[in-house]
Structure formats: structure tokens, C-alpha cells
Design a protein around this ligand. Structure first.
Ligand SMILES: Nc1ncnc2c1ncn2[C@@H]1O[C@H](COP(=O)(O)OP(=O)(O)OP(=O)(O)O)[C@@H](O)[C@H]1O
Length: 288
């Protein structure tokens, strides 16, 4: 599977130019992390890919099919191939874990079956397998409003995976989670990408998680890609380009953003950046 995005632009009706011509190709079973400060356009980019947000210009080709040219039926079909995982989980709170996971199959059953929420036995069997895989093997009958943040995110992952997508798009999966749970979720996402041989694109605030788990980092600043490369190349100069729009001279030893950044974009000594300026609270608890 390959996703080829060319010259993607998005200008909101408010006049905000969220994307100013982004080119990006991803494929294989590569994990790509998209980093950038708040407002850089990360969420807009991911939402444009499956047209939850309509792009203004550009093309988005999934295995050669231009998603921007599809009508409603075509888009519905194409979306089956795109697994989405959201920051706030987007689960149905009053339904059980199993019911939430099976909603990932709604695109495959008839309208009547969907209305009755009646799913083929194969789907149910696969749901059990996937719940086991994400570590929720004994929780299928729990209501999701009884779960911790980390458990909810695993339900979100299971719901995306049961679609049998050819790509996973993940929008800030860890921003409501404590550091340990964030690591678990990132590990799970990269393992699933490898096992299923599908690419995964993850928007993420924490640079340390991005560099630890991703094969490739894409840095957005003000709607433009200003860095695209392996985690090892993400030195101070590159971080400066991404978070401050600087020239990003990596040859200068004094280019450390730790020394020069304004408080709202400072990179702490451990390299952890919260793009909205918050240093993640490592003592915060979010459950696992
Ligand atoms: N629905 C909308 N209407 C108008 N402007 C919007 C809308 N959504 C986003 N924007 C603007 O588009 C720009 C990019 O926003 P976006 O949410 O994509 O950035 P982001 O990098 O995901 O930020 P964050 O890390 O805070 O989630 C911002 O200037 C934002 O104000």
C-alpha cells in the first residue's frame, strides 16, 4: 500500500491557511511520526486524507486512487481501507468494548445489519482475537465508560484494526495518557504496523516518543514540511526549524533550541517537547 499526497492545501473558511502545499509519500510497514507545534496543521493533514476535512487543493492517492475525486459511495468504500485512531478515542460510551470494536465492521455489513448491529460470526471471532492482541482479552463485556484512558485507546486501536485497513492514521494517540501508557500505546501501534505490514502515520506532540518509535519523522511548521528524515537526523537545528521556523543550521553547535527558545516552545533537556508549549507532566496519571 502506498499513500501519495501531492501539493495538499487547506484554507479554512475563516481564511486560516492550515496546509500550504504538503507532499508526502508513505508505504510499506513504516511508522511515520508527524511532529510540529500547535497549529502547524498536523490534524488537518490527517483529517484531509480521509476527507473528514475537505482539502482545498492537491491530490491524495491511495494505491493509485485519488480520494479527492471520489463521490460519496466511492469515499465510503475507500474509507474501509483507512483505519483512524483519535486522541479522544471517539468511542460510544454506553456500549461495551465488543460493540465498539465491531463498529469497525459497519462499513462491511448491509444497512439493515448495521441498524440491528448484527455482525457475521467471523467478525465476532476476529474481534475476540484482536482484543486479545491489544491486551483486552477479558474485557469484551465491559462498558467503555468503565475503562481507563489507556484501555479506551486500545479499544480505539482494535476498532481500527478490525476494519483490516491498508493504512492506519493516528491523531495524537497519547496526549490524554500518562508516560508509561503512552509508551505502551506507541509500541502497540508500531508492532501492529509491522505484523500487518501496513504503514502508520501518527501525529504526536512528544518528540521523545516520536524518535523512539518511528522509522521516519516529518516535521510540519505553519502548514509546510520543514523536516523529513530518520529520527537520528532530528538534531537541534531541525527541531528549531520545526518548532520555531528557524533556519535550522545543524552545523552550529550553538543552535540548541534549549538555550534560545522562547518559553512557549522550549525543548527541555530531555528533548521532550509538547508542541503547545506544555512540558508533559510525567507524574500525571491516566491509567493503563
Ligand atoms: N475547523 C477549523 N476552522 C478554522 N480554522 C481551523 C479549523 N481547524 C483548524 N484550523 C486552523 O488551522 C491551523 C492548523 O490547525 P491543526 O489543528 O491542523 O493544527 P495541529 O498541528 O494539529 O495543532 P494541535 O497540535 O494543536 O492539534 C490552525 O491555525 C487552526 O487554527
Amino acid at each position: 500500500m502506498t499513500l501519495d499526497v501531492t501539493d495538499l492545501q487547506k484554507t479554512y473558511p475563516t481564511g486560516d491557511e492550515a496546509l500550504k502545499g504538503v507532499d508526502l509519500s508513505i508505504g510499506g510497514s513504516e511508522t511515520t511520526a508527524m511532529i510540529g507545534p500547535s497549529g502547524a496543521g498536523k490534524s488537518t493533514f490527517i483529517r484531509c486524507i480521509n476527507r473528514l476535512t475537505e482539502p482545498t487543493e492537491g491530490s491524495i492517492e491511495l494505491d493509485g486512487t485519488d480520494l479527492t475525486a471520489l463521490d460519496d459511495d466511492g469515499l465510503r468504500e475507500a474509507r474501509r481501507d483507512i483505519g483512524m485512531i483519535f486522541q479522544e478515542y471517539n468511542l460510544v460510551e454506553r456500549l461495551t468494548v465488543m460493540e465498539n470494536v465491531l463498529t469497525g465492521r459497519l462499513g462491511y455489513v448491509s444497512g439493515w445489519q448495521a441498524f440491528r448491529r448484527s455482525f457475521p460470526p467471523d467478525d465476532v471471532e476476529r474481534a475476540y482475537e484482536i482484543l486479545e492482541r491489544v491486551g483486552l482479552g477479558d474485557m469484551e463485556n465491559k462498558r467503555v465508560d468503565e475503562l481507563s484512558g489507556g484501555q479506551r485507546q486500545r479499544v480505539g486501536i482494535a476498532r481500527a484494526v478490525i476494519q483490516q485497513p491498508t493504512i492506519l492514521l493516528v491523531d495524537e494517540p497519547t496526549s490524554s495518557l500518562d508516560p508509561e501508557t503512552s509508551n505502551t500505546v506507541m509500541r502497540l501501534l508500531t508492532e501492529i504496523a509491522a505484523e500487518r505490514e501496513i504503514p502508520v502515520l501518527i501525529n504526536i506532540h512528544e518528540v521523545d516518543l516520536a524518535t523512539e518509535y518511528a522509522d521516519r519523522i516529518v516535521g510540519l511548521h505553519d502548514g509546510e514540511v520543514v523536516f523529513d528524515g530518520p529520527p537520528d537526523d532530528l538534531r537541534d537545528g531541525a527541531l528549531d526549524r520545526v518548532y520555531r521556523g528557524g533556519d535550522g543550521d545543524d552545523t552550529s553547535e550553538s543552535a540548541s533550541v534549549t538555550d534560545s527558545a522562547s518559553p512557549d516552545t522550549a525543548v527541555p533537556a530531555d528533548g521532550v517537547v509538547s508542541a503547545d508549549g506544555r512540558t508533559p507532566d510525567r507524574s500525571a496519571s491516566g491509567g493503563s
